[in-house]
Design a protein around this ligand. Structure first.
Ligand SMILES: NC(=O)c1ccc[n+]([C@@H]2O[C@H](COP(=O)([O-])OP(=O)(O)OC[C@H]3O[C@@H](n4cnc5c(N)ncnc54)[C@H](O)[C@@H]3O)[C@@H](O)[C@H]2O)c1
Length: 251
């Protein structure tokens, strides 16, 4: 069974083959969807081309700029007219905001992290929703540092708390248009983004040791759950944060 056959889905945030978004893209493609990739900048485009080839559908989308967001979605609309889903797998904070004390977080560092990691979901949803004329599904990526004080996760935990609140408000706004919005709270996985967190090895070992079988979650497992949330099998799930961490949040 291909649960996403005939669907057109935007996948943001593939930086390399370790990216959670890459796990999502593989699972979504396996389920029969056509993927519309977006990349942050030329450097990320080169990495993406290595993974998907020159002929894949790719659009530049830097969420730091309203203009670039508008341009990207205009180009996507022109080529595809409508879409059925969007994976938001984007976050950024300065290294200084991912170590030490939260009382040292600067105003600029706070704004940057909130802008790229949380506001961006609202910004892209604004443009994605009108393209989902037959309904759709939006999935973002969060981490349990939003609800617990995880050493050094600091600013990103604060941004993820905002992101999760956005999921609930967006879900309420868009549900009447048959668009569902949910988040996956993934266990820690070694990606480019995670290496920005000071002593990230502890974050990773925490996510491995606390699983009941001592095996950390993979991007493929997160991807499969993402494909499910994008699919009609998940129509009962609205505005939720689904843990895909192999039970780490239980202890
Ligand atoms: N790796 C983990 O342990 C983990 C756990 C839970 C949640 N997450 C979340 O998963 C998501 C993906 O991160 P990842 O771990 O796969 O790391 P990653 O580094 O592979 O992906 C992060 C992506 O964000 C993109 N990005 C950053 N700034 C951007 C901008 N201005 N415009 C457009 N894109 C931008 C990067 O290009 C990159 O593709 C993030 O939201 C992250 O917080 C990660």
């Amino acid at each position: 069974m291909s649960i996403l056959a005939g669907k057109k889905i935007i996948v943001t945030g593939v930086a390399n083959k370790k990216s959670i978004a890459w796990g999502c893209a593989k699972a979504i493609a396996d389920q029969g969807a056509e993927i519309i990739y977006t990349y942050q900048n030329d450097r990320m485009k080169k990495n993406l081309v290595k993974l998907v080839g020159e002929d894949a559908h790719m659009f530049e989308l830097d969420v730091a700029s309203d203009e670039k967001i508008a341009e990207a979605f205009a180009a996507i609309k022109e080529k595809f007219d409508t879409i059925d889903g969007l994976v938001h797998s984007i976050a950024f904070a300065n290294k200084e905001e991912l170590s030490g004390n939260v009382t040292e977080i600067t105003r600029d560092g706070f704004q940057l992290a909130q802008d790229i990691s949380a506001y961006s979901l609202l910004a892209v949803s604004k443009y994605a929703a009108p393209l989902m004329t037959e309904g759709g599904s939006i999935v973002t990526m969060t981490y349990m540092g939003s609800e617990r004080s995880i050493p050094n996760y600091n600013m990103m935990g604060i941004a993820k708390a905002a992101l999760e609140a956005e999921v609930r408000y967006l879900a309420t706004e868009l549900a009447p248009k048959n668009i569902r919005v949910n988040a996956i709270s993934a266990g820690a996985i070694k990606t480019l983004a995670v290496t920005g967190v000071k002593d990230y090895q502890s974050l990773l070992s925490l996510s491995e040791e606390r699983t009941p079988d001592k095996v950390a979650v993979t991007i493929e497992e997160v991807g499969n759950s993402c494909a499910f949330l994008l699919s009609p099998l998940a129509t009962g799930i609205i505005g939720d944060v689904i843990y895909v961490d192999k039970g780490v949040h239980l202890s």
